[in-house]
Design a protein around this ligand. Structure first.
Ligand code: ADP
Ligand code: MG
Length: 370
């Protein structure tokens, strides 16, 4: 089922939590709602669920305005970060709960309930755990039960609010690919809230990036990662360094030296250059490189991360090199930027690929703040 949100705002007292949200989620899509803490993710999810009323705006399920529908009538399935299971009930009874509390006329026969619960426990790979109690399960297993319970009522929409947020990193990663597999099997329209950009990038068909109650960008993971629409998103998604530069007549200047990128059409004035650590290569310092000093280094997984201070302001750029190559601190080094982006003072951006001088022109997106 398609979901369409139009002109949604929500104010608590004076401070608005959501400002004019417009969003369409396609039937069967897994949409990641990504944003820092306090950006309005939970508020948006609770309004879609019917747990909260919007101040203005409408939520459509298919062609239906949901304004008059209760939570039950909307048929949404929920999983929250701390969605406590009923502790005194077995796993199987927890999953069956939503069906057993239905009015008699809408309740499936008991044999049908038992069959459906077994099927769902198999789906979440807990087929042998039906008679256990929640306290006898790990955190990851409990969230899998919570998902089975949400699916039991055959929801039209699945809403997941940081469901893996309380689990440790390894379990979270396993559950990520597990959830994607389940989603592909069941095909529910799903909204997945997270503040973890890796989780959003790996799981989502599309990602909506929320900041301060607004959707700043909506796109497939590649678009969000390769062409972040705002400096905020560039900094929030993936790792990056920000270098203050100046634009003058289409040239990008760092301490008066022009970078090999063409910023034609961008207004003159102060601007920000963004670059990711794996998009920079250290080279012998020379006339064609950006030159700086290695000020620190550390091991990050399979690579070695150098901190290189550039220019008179000593702006630090992080650079990845192969882990085996240890470099001396305070040694001069040149940097070649493979990919980078520059944001002018008016928010317009240019994205540079493969050190080419021809920029990829991306129009300021409709989602970008005016
Ligand atoms: P997120 O889930 O992205 O962390 P929330 O939707 O929980 O963000 O909150 C968005 C903003 O709305 C925050 O500033 C928060 O303090 C505020 N807020 C959320 N719920 C309430 C409430 N019931 N009363 C007052 N303010 C609230
Ligand atoms: Mg939240």
């Amino acid at each position: 089922m398609d979901i369409r949100v139009t002109g949604l705002t929500k104010s608590y007292g004076v401070s608005p939590a959501l400002h004019g949200i417009d969003l369409e989620i396609k039937s069967g899509e897994l949409l990641g709602l990504l944003g820092p803490s306090g950006s309005g993710k939970t508020t948006l999810l609770r309004i879609i669920a019917g747990l909260e009323r919007p101040t203005t705006g409408t939520v459509f399920f298919g062609a239906d305005d949901t304004a008059g529908l209760t939570v039950q009538e909307r048929r949404v399935g929920f999983v929250f970060q701390h969605y406590a299971l009923f502790r005194h009930m077995t796993v199987a009874d927890n999953v069956a709960y939503g069906l057993r509390v239905r009015p008699r006329a809408k309740r499936p026969a008991e044999a049908e309930i038992v069959r459906r619960v077994a099927e769902l426990l198999d789906l979440v790979q807990l087929g042998a755990f039906g008679q256990r109690y929640p306290s006898q399960l790990s955190g990851g297993q409990r969230q899998r039960v919570a998902l089975a319970r949400a699916l039991a009522v055959e929801p039209k929409v699945l809403l997941l609010d940081e469901p893996f947020g309380a689990l440790d990193a390894k379990v979270r990663k396993d559950l990520r690919s597990w959830l994607r597999t389940i989603h592909d099997k069941t095909g529910h329209t799903t909204i997945f809230v997270t503040h973890d950009q890796d989780e959003a990038l790996e799981l989502s068909d599309r990602i909506a990036v929320l900041e301060k109650g607004r959707i700043d960008q909506l796109g497939v993971p590649d678009e969000i990662y390769d062409h972040p629409a705002t400096p905020f998103i560039f900094g929030f998604i993936g790792e990056s360094s920000r270098v203050p530069v100046a634009i003058s007549q289409g040239r990008i200047l760092l301490d008066g030296t022009a970078l090999p990128f063409n910023a034609d059409g961008l207004p003159d004035g102060p601007a920000s250059l963004f670059v990711r650590p794996h998009d920079v290569t250290p080279v012998e310092p020379g006339a064609s490189s950006l030159n700086g000093l290695i000020v620190a280094q550390r091991r990050v997984g399979a690579t070695r991360r150098l901190e290189v201070a550039l220019g008179t302001q000593g702006t630090v750029v992080e650079v990845d090199t192969p882990s085996l190559r240890s470099s001396e601190n305070n040694k001069p080094v040149g940097l070649k930027l493979l990919n980078a982006a520059v944001f002018a003072g008016n928010g317009e951006a240019r994205y540079f690929r493969g050190a080419a001088t021809e920029p990829v022109v991306v129009r300021p997106s409709a989602f970008q703040r005016a």
